[in-house]
Design a binder for this molecule. Sequence first.
Ligand code: S3P
Length: 171
Amino acid sequence: MEIKNQIDNIILIGFMGTGKSTVGKELVEQLGWDFVDTDVCIVEEAGMTIPEIFERFGEAHFRDLEHRVLAKVLEQRQQIVSTGGGAVLREENRTLMGSKGMVVALTATKETIFDRVKQDENRPLLQGGAWQKIEALLKEREHAYSFANLTIATDDLDKHQIAKRIMQACS
Ligand code: S3P
């Protein structure tokens, strides 16, 4: 399937556990573009894990790093970019993403998200009382994902179906 020439990148946004990395890797299989996970770039740049960054320097520092990484990554083209769930919080990031590619928001109900992330210790924002935190954060952030060009509810779809919908929308 041919992707429209004017689409520089496919940028995946969405709450933790909505499947951005999984779907991103599936798109790479189909398109042969590069896969970039901004969380992985942040860990490489900081030389420590995400929980360590939060613990030692706080969330604001993490968000600064996240912005720098995103801006740098989006200088390139033909990438599938999987972003952290909070990358949409800053307006400057939303504007940047909107100008650098097709932005696809993946969504899921809080039940699905809880089920997918409950075993995960690598997400500092969900440590301790995860259920209540997911509910509160989802509510708080709902509006921030709405700038996407395309939104896909992932609860009842597998990665192949989701990737197919994205490819169709981009072709
Ligand atoms: C965050 C989501 C995480 C990671 C960090 C903060 C968030 O990425 O960037 O823990 O604020 O939602 P994933 O969405 O890939 O889990």
